[in-house]
Design a protein around this ligand. Structure first.
Ligand SMILES: O=[N+]([O-])c1ccc(O[C@@H]2O[C@H](CO)[C@@H](O[C@@H]3O[C@H](CO)[C@@H](O[C@@H]4O[C@H](CO)[C@@H](O)[C@H](O)[C@H]4O)[C@H](O)[C@H]3O)[C@H](O)[C@H]2O)cc1
Ligand SMILES: [Mg+2]
Length: 364
């Protein structure tokens, strides 16, 4: 077994401005952007964000990007690959917007193993010299804590847990570090949720055999919370953990006590402007008033936090506002949600412009 990583998986490496996102910015955003916003947009295109493998068809692009990174590193760069594993069958079980391609009822478990995870493992094996950091399945285990009352989540629970364990075991390589998705302060940070969460995450970690490459937990993926709020926003009323740092500082000792010595990374891609237009802390879809947040860095000011990262690519929709669409989720129709919005994952120009204008720190 490889020696336990004592060091920060992001230390001494630079983020890879992936071609997929920069091409969205240059081909989809730039042409209709006001001249005044173009410098900010080209700055954003250079910020390294995670590549979402949200379909089996996207897996081969991991090979393309890792080959590009390997080439660039051979020429003196110090890039790492950062990817999101996101294709569980019956995905996003409490929402409708990000419904995935695999269904438990339609052989999804076997497809996830053989056509998704095993394919990712085979690609990683080709690049033993490239540092790879992975986010594992946003919105999966968190839903197991708070949404067992949703039939789709209750029915998917055993599968989510078993396939997460499978992924942690199959992707456990010496050059890989993985972070399980831990929702955010407004989700699992509540008094009622944080204890059960620590137990569940530790159970998964130990069931997988405490793999060396499971470094910890990522928080705030596709959400908007400040890492360190100057003052607790009104919508967080009643919760002691009103920002991601308070959530992490409360969560870490509970996890350690359960046998999971987790470190953390935090998605700051859309946390720049506080407070946002959320009317309730549970508002998650295309929230108005958000802005690009702190740039990716290992200088987090908290030794539990390896890095601030950009996981959700700012400008890609969280879900359609078209009420007649199959994947329409009511949260994307709420007053706090920017409308009209296209399907989850597709380019949302007006929202991108808002993120540029609200960026903090400023982009250019
Ligand atoms: O006063 N109290 O003591 C008290 C105690 C408990 C309370 O209840 C808690 O209230 C919280 C809201 O405050 C709820 O948190 C919301 O849960 C939703 C899932 O159900 C999440 O939605 C996901 O968001 C993802 C992006 O983050 C999307 O990608 C994904 O598609 C989407 O599904 C929201 O973020 C998240 O904010 C908790 O469940 C709930 O338990 C409340 C008060
Ligand atoms: Mg989503």
């Amino acid at each position: 077994v490889a020696p336990r990583a004592a060091s920060n998986p992001f230390a001494g490496r630079d983020f890879y401005a992936n071609p997929y996102y920069s091409s969205e910015v240059y081909t989809l955003a730039m042409p209709s952007l006001a001249a005044s916003l173009k410098p900010a947009a080209s700055a954003v295109a250079k910020v390294g964000s995670f590549v979402w493998m949200d379909t089996m068809a996207k897996v081969p692009t991991m090979d393309t990007y890792l080959a590009d990174i390997k080439r660039k590193n051979a020429a003196g760069a110090k890039l790492m690959g950062t990817f999101v594993v996101y294709d569980l069958p019956d995905r996003d079980c409490a929402a409708l917007a990000s419904n995935g391609e695999l269904k438990i009822a339609d052989g999804g478990v076997n497809k996830y193993k053989t056509q998704y995870i095993d394919k990712i493992a085979a690609i990683i094996k080709k690049y033993p010299d490239v540092k790879i950091n992975l986010v594992i399945e946003p919105d999966s285990l968190a839903n197991m804590i708070t949404n067992m009352g949703v039939p789709k989540c209750a029915n998917a629970a055993a599968t989510y847990k078993a396939l997460t364990v499978y992924a942690l075991q199959k992707l456990d390589f010496a050059n890989v570090d993985m972070y399980l998705d831990g929702g955010h302060a407004g989700w699992l940070g509540w008094e009622a949720n944080i204890g059960p969460s620590a137990k569940l995450f530790a159970e998964i970690y130990k069931s997988a055999g405490s793999p060396r490459s499971v470094r910890g937990i990522v928080t705030n993926v596709s959400n908007y919370n400040a890492f360190r709020a100057a003052s607790c926003p009104a919508i967080t009323q009643g919760s002691r953990n009103c920002d991601e740092e308070r959530y992490i500082n409360a969560f870490a000792p509970l996890l350690r006590a359960e046998g999971f010595p987790a470190h953390f990374i935090v998605d700051t891609g859309r946390s720049g402007k506080q407070p946002t237009g959320q009317q309730a802390w549970g508002d998650w879809c295309n929230v108005s008033g958000a802005g690009f947040g702190p740039r990716p860095t290992t200088k987090t000011g908290n030794e539990l936090v390896d890095a601030f990262v950009w996981v959700k690519p700012g400008g890609e929709s969280d879900g359609t506002s078209d009420q007649s669409a199959a994947r329409y989720d009511g949260f994307c129709g709420k007053a706090s949600a920017f409308k009209p919005a296209p399907e989850a994952g597709t380019w949302f120009q007006a929202y991108f412009e808002m993120l540029l204008k609200n960026a903090n720190p400023a982009l250019a």
